[in-house]
Design a protein around this ligand. Structure first.
Ligand code: HEM
Length: 492
């Protein structure tokens, strides 16, 4: 199919762009995925073509198109665009940002796949359960602080799994560092879209030439990024040298590297391990946090779903203990809740952009080599030809028809596609699962009331960016009852 002449095959449809700049002005800076979805409907195509100042971009608005191209033709659709802003900020050896042909890609994917397989992640269960329990304990003590506490939980979880770092209080230097990095990511803009990314030659300008804000931003954050990559890694080596036992990704990788028996790891360098561990935070903390905030919003908006899930939780595990990850698979209602949270608002709405490496033809549409290819997770998970009433939050939609349900398919795309699919899928899902189960077992989430005693139903407003999360919304989180408080307080 690649050998056909491009001139005989039309590009995918899309709205007409401006001369020279193409669709730059047309794509809104807020929630572009919604416009991409709308254009898909207007042009009656699940593949849409756009052009940003000569850079071709293809949006995939259905699971079928994303699977056909990114999964089945992954040899062509697995590259990334160059992320110059991140490189200028000091990120090196980070798999998310490298091309599929880079040795870093092959080595790091292998590291992640073995470290975060369904079996390997069992070693992190204690950390996930302990931190989820600490989270609800803290929320019971400071209920209005639930959102900062969730942020700290997500950071602590990744720092603990990646480096074995135990966060003891909010002034911990690592949590302060993690907060600064989270702010840095929030200010980076959409990956690949800043002036440094569009005109990378400006990276050659001397440091005193401070004309381009994104270049200044990248350079101003260089030492922060380097500290974030180096400091926690160095702390693992210090603890290792002192003989302090701990379980962490970095520790395990360093030990495997040191072990003479481990031939398979022999080409892995310390820089690889350092880069991979720092990627975990960049890729795993905010995604987990955003998913949990979406869950809280869904519980505020759908009290009956919360009640039903809690009833099943009580029926299966009782009220004398808290759920554990060993319970997964025995409480289907929680599994469906996790899936429906991911479907209702997949937090990486447009995925991380892929780039194609060859001319291609799909369903008689020409996709030029070098196109940015984005799977629109929003459009995919709200596809009305797949999901009935797609805007409704309804975990029961997945109940098989043989059990009287709608038998709708589990969502796809929220962890990406093909060779780039998220290597933290199992770990991230387990973290979300235990958090949701522990929260439901101990806390009640409800609507806030206004000064006149009327319930406030929040209108969901979602942020724009690589990770999209609900903007601030009013709600009340309180202990479920005295019994739950006693159970939580009895934990050491
Ligand atoms: C609920 C939590 C998470 C969500 C929703 C999520 C989602 C995603 C998505 C959509 C991508 C892009 C895939 C693509 O390009 O097709 C991705 C990539 C990635 N994720 Fe996750 N992720 C989560 C948690 C994690 C965790 C805990 C880790 C750490 C182990 C992780 C590590 C990565 C890495 C390293 C990549 C880049 C892969 C590559 O470029 O080859 N993620 N994730």
């Amino acid at each position: 199919f690649c050998s056909r002449s491009p001139t005989l095959v039309p590009l995918p449809p899309g709205p007409p762009g401006d001369p020279i700049i193409g669709h730059v002005r047309m794509v809104p800076s807020s929630r572009p995925e919604l416009s991409f979805q709308r254009w898909g409907k207007e042009y009656n195509s699940d593949v849409i073509y756009l052009n940003f100042m000569g850079q071709p971009a293809v949006i995939l608005n259905s699971a079928q198109a994303a699977i056909d191209l990114m999964d089945k033709r992954s040899a062509i659709y697995s590259d990334r665009p160059d992320f110059h802003l991140f490189a200028e900020s000091g990120w090196r050896d980070v798999v998310t940002f490298v091309n599929a042909a880079s040795p870093v890609f092959r080595k790091h994917r292998k590291l992640f796949q073995s470290a975060f397989s369904p079996v390997s992640i069992i070693q992190y269960r204690d950390k996930q359960e302990d931190l989820a329990r600490a989270l609800v304990k803290q929320i019971i003590r400071s209920p209005t602080q639930w959102r900062p506490l969730l942020t700290r939980f997500a950071s602590s979880l990744v720092l603990s799994i990646a480096y074995g770092i135990r966060i003891t209080d909010e002034n911990d230097p690592y949590i302060i560092l993690a907060d600064k990095i989270a702010t840095y990511f929030a200010m980076c803009g959409s990956p690949g879209s800043t002036m440094v990314d569009i005109a990378p030659l400006i990276r050659r300008l001397p440091k005193w030439f401070r004309v381009f804000p994104s270049l200044n931003f990248a350079r101003d954050n260089y030492s922060l990024v380097r500290e974030f990559i180096e400091a926690p890694f160095a702390s693992v080596k210090t603890r290792m040298a002192a003989g302090i036992p701990e379980v962490s990704f970095t520790r395990r990788m360093l030990e495997e590297k040191q072990s003479e028996a481990s031939d398979s790891q022999s080409d892995v360098t310390e820089d690889d391990i350092k880069g991979a561990a720092s990627t975990m935070y960049a890729a795993g903390a905010d995604t987990t946090l955003a998913t949990l905030v979406v869950f809280v919003l869904c519980m505020v908006l759908n009290p009956e779903v919360q009640e039903k899930a809690r009833e099943e939780l009580d029926r299966v595990i009782g009220r004398d203990r808290l759920p554990s990850l060993a319970d997964r698979g025995t409480i289907p209602c929680i599994d469906r809740l996790v899936y429906e949270t991911a479907r209702w608002h997949p937090v990486v709405q447009l995925g991380v952009p892929h780039k194609s490496t060859k001319d291609d033809v799909y369903k008689n549409m020409f996709i030029p080599k070098g196109s940015l290819v984005m799977a629109n997770a929003h459009a995919i998970t709200r596809d009305p030809s797949v999901y009935s009433k797609p805007d409704k939050f309804n975990p029961d939609r997945y109940i098989p028809t043989s059990e009287g349900g709608l038998g709708e398919p589990l969502p796809v795309g929220h962890f990406g596609f093909g060779r780039r699919v998220c290597p933290g899928t199992h770990l991230g899902t387990a973290s979300v699962w235990i958090s949701i189960a522990t929260i439901l077992a101990t806390l009640n989430i409800s609507k806030a009331v206004d000064d006149n005693g009327h319930e406030i139903t929040p209108a969901p407003e979602m942020s724009t960016g690589l990770e999209s999360h609900p903007e601030e919304f009013p709600c009340v989180i309180e202990p479920r009852d005295e019994r739950a408080v006693r159970l939580v307080e009895s934990l050491d």
